[in-house]
Design a protein around this ligand. Structure first.
Ligand code: SF4
Length: 363
């Protein structure tokens, strides 16, 4: 027997909103919430189809690939409840200090071989202040940039001064990963050692320095659809260039270890709603893709995704890059994104390496 589900929006509403976004218009929060409320699979697939058209209109058939290096692992002072690298939880995650030049050079080689636009150095710590560690970070960024093989991006946590952001810019950082994680309302349930406003302040310094912003969040932490919707609008307001969507991969030992996984259609619908709200942004599917979407991974592009985190995540494995490249080829999508640049930024689009997993000081 089929459940009698009443959707907030039907095919006519989806089409009307889809046409509007395709024509360059915007949807309101109330309209977006109607899309988030869709339940019937047929309606959700309708939504995906429109999100696919919007992606094609604003992003063409190009898919931007990013990878990351866990540049400083574990023993983090923060208590982000999703994160294997927090010192508050026993997870068995590796711990080591800031990365030497060799692994970074290897990551650049691998990125170059696979046509990956950027390599992001991600550090598990609260943030970065002026001092020897900032000098070392800048040295690694310069080395990575000097290879000419990839774009050096970073995700280094909270910044409390304009000078730090300026130094990173001078070293060659073009894009900084710093997630909002969720809505302002839900954020306190994800972390109590720093605040949503700490994150917004950091993003302000980075933007002042002329650094592009890669900021998104994690879905599946127990937040409501309304929180996902508000996250998307907050990212729109702050002008994120790239929006990574992570899907919680519950790590044993963390407070979210027993979270129920989100249904696949709920994940795809969320990506599609993000595309309706953020038509020109680079929407990147990052951590938790393989484990949560399994055989449905390729549907993320139909749902509106235009970027992909490839290679392993910070503390968990991804499927092999070759498999991702084959998936793109099979779908007629082109991963040969503009060489390390931001050529589609002029129209309000985005493109940079991003934090991948819901971990790391992209915090
Ligand atoms: S998400 Fe980042 S800041 Fe939070 S615990 Fe993990 S490494 Fe630390």
């Amino acid at each position: 027997m089929i459940a009698n589900v009443v959707d907030a929006a039907g095919p006519a509403t989806i089409a009307e909103l889809g046409e509007r976004v395709l024509a360059g218009g915007l949807i309101s929060r109330a309209e977006a919430l109607e899309l988030f409320a869709l339940e019937r699979p047929a309606d959700i697939f309708d939504l995906l189809s429109w999100a696919n058209r919007i992606r094609e209109k604003f992003k063409g058939n190009k898919i931007h690939l990013c990878s990351i290096v866990n540049a400083k692992a574990g023993a983090c002072s923060e208590n982000c409840r999703f994160c294997a690298q927090s010192s508050f939880y026993q997870t068995g995650s590796p711990k080591y200090g800031f990365v030497d030049p060799e692994p970074v050079a290897e990551a650049a080689d691998e990125a170059n071989r696979n046509g990956v636009t950027a390599v992001g150095l991600v550090a598990a710590w609260k943030g970065l202040t002026e001092g020897p560690m900032l000098d070392e970070v800048c040295a690694r960024v310069r080395e990575l940039k000097a290879t000419g093989k990839t774009r050096p991006d970073v995700s280094l946590g909270i910044i409390k001064s304009q000078r730090v952001a300026d130094r990173l810019k001078e070293a060659g950082v073009e894009c900084y990963g710093h997630n909002l994680e969720s809505s302002r309302r839900f954020f306190p349930q994800t972390c109590s050692t720093h605040t949503y406003d700490d994150r917004l302040e950091t993003i302000g310094y980075l933007k002042n320095a002329g650094i592009k912003i890669c900021s998104g969040g994690i879905i599946g932490m127990g937040e409501a659809r309304e929180d996902r919707c508000d996250l998307a609008f907050a990212l729109k307001d702050l002008g994120a260039n790239v929006v990574p969507v992570n899907i919680l991969n519950p790590i044993p030992g963390t407070p979210f270890e027993k979270n129920d996984p989100l249904p696949v259609l709920e994940i795809l619908k969320t990506i599609a709603c993000f595309r309706f709200i953020l038509p020109r942004q680079e929407i990147m599917i990052a951590g938790g893709r393989t484990v949560n979407l399994r055989d449905a991974q390729s549907l993320i592009f139909m749902a509106g995704a235009s970027a992909l985190m490839v290679g392993n995540y910070l503390t968990t494995l991804n499927q092999p890059v070759e498999k991702d490249l084959q998936m793109l080829k099979d779908l007629g999508l082109d991963p040969t994104w503009d060489k390390h640049g931001f050529s589609d930024q002029e129209n309000g689009g985005g493109g940079c390496a991003a934090p991948a997993e819901p971990a790391g000081a992209k915090a």
